[in-house]
Design a protein around this ligand. Structure first.
Ligand code: 5GP
Ligand code: ZN
Length: 112
């Protein structure tokens, strides 16, 4: 999608700190980290949020998030958060999962 920030990140038009990439998914560090480790995992295909995604895409997204969490050394545990819609605090309308691990910084996303 032309005007989507996350599609631009995937295309390399906006720089990001990439931590993982495979055929279908891309992972990068959140620009405003809310935990010591805060990574966003997104599908390369533009889908708005979990309500618009099919089972295979969501399965792949969570599987990729687990892979990235393992790669980041989050063996002590972590949270996966996917905000959906305006009342669900979704600010970027491209499906994403937040991986939050380690010490929390700033606002608690569970209270969002
Ligand atoms: P949401 O509130 O939609 O669940 O989360 C969107 C996340 O994207 C926010 O945590 C925000 O910090 C992050 N974000 C927004 N724009 C950029 C960007 O240009 N680069 C990176 N790395 N993260 C971004
Ligand atoms: Zn997009």
């Amino acid at each position: 999608m032309d005007n989507c920030i996350f599609c631009k990140i995937i295309r390399g038009e906006i720089p990001s700190q990439k931590v993982f990439e495979n055929e279908g998914y891309f992972a990068f560090r959140d620009i405003h980290p809310q935990a010591k480790t805060h990574v966003l995992v997104i599908p390369k295909v533009h889908v708005k949020n979990v309500l618009e995604a099919d089972e295979a895409l969501l399965g792949g997204l969570f599987h990729t998030a687990a892979q990235v969490a393992r790669q980041e050394g989050l063996s002590e545990g972590f949270r996966l958060v996917s905000n959906c819609g305006k009342h669900g605090a979704q600010s970027v309308e491209h499906l994403h999962v937040h991986i939050l691990g380690g010490e929390q910084l700033g606002e608690d996303m569970r209270g969002k």
